[in-house]
Design a protein around this ligand. Structure first.
Ligand code: 5RP
Length: 231
């Protein structure tokens, strides 16, 4: 296991300590969340009683393979805890997500959770968001026109940078049947204003800025685990 993967696993194992029987859980997507789901599978095999909602088909497959009891959000009506990774996080718990193209379901699930705990290695922690290109999920219909409007929304926020279709000539399709444009902005000063401008573009389904959704974070580094917010 690489050093970074080991750190991801450490963060995931700490998050597993927060899980108790009876909980309704949101399961994140990505290489860090994968460690959490793997550990959860072991706990379920040992008798833990939880109901889970996966944030992607990839996570669903992993959870099904481990016999983790799955349900859906509409049936459960809400979640007690979601544990998910992030592409970037600042000290105020604002996130960029969507590197794994699962941002739409991740955001729906996080918004329906009383608690959302981010698990990550220290490389994800940043003073200023935006070095990671911001993913924006769009409807495939007239997506190039939508991309042009995304560029205008970015520009009215005083920002600039390449806006590229993920997958180029062979666009990747999200679980919801949408495309992703990655916006290489370098830095984001006002995430809230940018969020509003992007959501005002017809054709934009969601974007990867998670504002006020994470309630806590467990960040693993060489020197140990750091916790942010409420754990
Ligand atoms: C998927 C995500 C992931 O949480 C994010 O990309 C982090 O992934 P990893 O844990 O593999 O670094 O937002 O859409």
């Amino acid at each position: 296991m690489s050093k970074s993967d080991d750190l991801k696993k450490q963060a995931a194992l700490r998050a597993l300590e927060l899980v108790v029987s009876g909980m309704r859980l949101g399961l994140g997507t990505g290489s860090t969340a994968k460690h959490f789901v793997a550990g959860l599978g072991e706990k379920c095999a040992a008798g833990l009683d939880v109901k889970c909602v996966p944030t992607s088909e990839e996570t669903r497959k992993q959870a099904e393979g481990l016999n983790i009891p799955l349900s859906n959000l509409d049936e459960l009506g809400g979640l007690d805890l979601t544990v998910d990774g992030a592409d970037e996080m600042d000290a105020g718990l604002t996130l960029i997500k969507g590197g794994g193209a699962a941002l739409l379901r991740e955001k729906i699930v996080a918004a329906a959770s009383t608690r959302m705990i981010v698990i990550a290695d220290e490389s994800k922690l940043t003073e200023r968001l935006g070095a990671f290109p911001l993913p924006v999920e769009v409807n495939p219909f007239a997506h190039e026109t939508t991309a042009q409007m995304i560029c205008e929304a970015i520009s009215t926020n005083g920002l600039s940078g390449d806006v590229t279709l993920r997958g180029d000539d062979n666009p990747i399709m999200t679980d919801g049947g949408h495309y992703i444009y990655d916006c290489a902005l370098g830095h984001i000063e006002d995430a809230s204003s940018l969020s509003e401008a992007l959501l005002n573009v017809p054709g934009v389904v969601e974007h990867g800025l998670f504002l006020g959704l994470a309630t806590g974070a467990i960040i693993a580094s060489d020197t140990g685990l750091k916790e942010f917010g409420e754990i």
